[in-house]
Design a protein around this ligand. Structure first.
Ligand SMILES: Cc1cc2nc3c(=O)[nH]c(=O)nc-3n(C[C@H](O)[C@H](O)[C@H](O)COP(=O)(O)OP(=O)(O)OC[C@H]3O[C@@H](n4cnc5c(N)ncnc54)[C@H](O)[C@@H]3O)c2cc1C
Length: 246
C-alpha cells in the first residue's frame, strides 16, 4: 500500500533541453543509497506514478531526482513543468535492492549507467562506507552527446575526495571530448573500458552494477556472462547486479 506524502519543490535545474534535476523537500522515511521511490500527480482524477532513483545522499534533507523529459511521456512532461513552491506527491517508503549491501566485496566495482541512471550511483558514492567494500570504483556514464554529461562538478568533487574513483564517459553520437567513443558494450568487448585498471579485470576481483536503458543492461549482462561473470543473487552470489529503468 502506497503512502503518499506531499513534497514541496525547492528547485529545478535544467542541464540540457531535456535533462533536469528536481529537488524537493518532504517528510519521507529513511532510505538506502541506490534505492528509488515514486513521484505522482493526479491527471483526470487518476494518479499517475513513476519510479525515480534518489540522487542525494540519504542524510541530505534535499531529495534530488535526475530526470529526462521523455517525448510524449505521461508523467515526466508534467514534472518538467514544476516550479519552486509547487507540490508533487512522493511515496514515503523507498524500494529496491540496487544497494551496496547486496554486492559482494571485491577489489574493483564497475558502475555502468546510461543517461539518467547515473543518479543512484552518485547517491552510493556519497557514502564513505562504499570504500570499505571496494578498493577501486569506475563510474561509467553512457550518453549520446557530450552535453548530456551532467553532474560534472559533483563528480569532480567526489574524485578529489576519493582518488580511487575513476570516471569514464562513453559518448555514442559524436566524438567524446573526455572518455571513450561508442557504446559501453563495444568498449567492454574491445577491452578499452578496462585499460585504466591496474590489475586484470576478472570474475575473481570485479563486481558490476548496471543501470538504465534495458537494452544496454541486457547486452552488457550477456557480454559479461560470455566472459565468465554470473548474475548476483542473494542465494547465489555473482558479479552482475542490474536495474532496468523501463
Ligand atoms: C527502478 C526505476 C528507477 C527509475 N529511475 C528513474 C530516474 O531516476 N530518472 C528517470 O528519468 N527515469 C527513471 N525511471 C523511469 C521512470 O519511472 C519513467 O518511466 C519515466 O520518467 C517516463 O515516464 P513517463 O510517464 O513520462 O513516460 P511513459 O508515458 O510512461 O513512457 C515510458 C517510455 O519512456 C521512455 N523512458 C522511460 N524512462 C526513461 C529514461 N530514464 N531515459 C530515457 N527514456 C526513458 C521509454 O521509452 C519508456 O518506454 C526509473 C524506472 C525504474 C523502474
Amino acid at each position: 500500500m502506497s503512502n503518499w506524502v506531499e513534497a514541496s519543490v525547492k528547485d529545478i535545474v535544467w542541464w540540457t533541453d531535456t535533462l533536469f534535476s528536481l529537488i524537493v523537500n518532504a517528510d519521507v522515511e529513511p532510505f538506502k543509497a541506490g534505492q528509488f521511490t515514486k513521484l505522482s500527480m493526479m491527471m483526470d482524477e487518476k494518479r499517475i506514478a513513476r519510479a525515480y532513483s534518489y540522487v542525494n545522499a540519504p542524510s541530505s534533507p534535499d531529495l534530488e531526482f535526475y530526470l529526462i523529459n521523455v517525448v510524449d511521456g505521461l508523467l515526466s512532461q508534467q514534472l518538467a513543468k514544476l516550479k519552486p513552491g509547487d507540490t508533487v506527491m512522493i511515496e514515503s517508503r523507498a524500494s529496491g535492492f540496487f544497494t551496496i549491501d547486496e554486492i559482494p566485496a571485491s577489489e574493483q566495482l564497475f558502475m555502468l549507467s546510461t543517461g539518467t541512471a547515473i543518479g543512484p550511483f552518485l547517491s552510493i558514492l556519497e557514502q564513505p562506507d562504499v570504500w570499505q567494500q571496494f578498493k577501486h570504483i569506475t563510474l561509467v556514464h553512457g550518453v549520446r552527446l557530450n552535453a548530456d554529461l551532467s553532474y560534472q562538478a559533483k563528480i569532480a568533487q567526489l574524485q578529489q575526495q576519493y582518488p580511487q574513483l575513476s570516471y569514464l564517459p562513453v559518448v555514442s553520437r559524436e566524438q567524446a571530448i573526455v572518455g571513450l567513443d561508442g557504446r559501453i558494450t563495444d568498449r567492454i568487448a574491445d577491452g578499452t573500458l578496462f585499460k585504466h585498471c591496474d590489475s586484470v579485470v576478472s570474475p575473481q576481483n570485479s563486481q558490476f552494477m548496471i543501470c538504465g536503458n534495458p537494452q544496454m543492461v541486457k547486452d552488457t549482462s550477456a557480454l559479461l556472462t560470455e566472459q565468465g561473470y554470473t548474475r548476483n543473487r542473494r542465494r547465489e552470489p555473482g558479479q552482475i547486479t542490474v536495474e532496468q529503468y523501463w
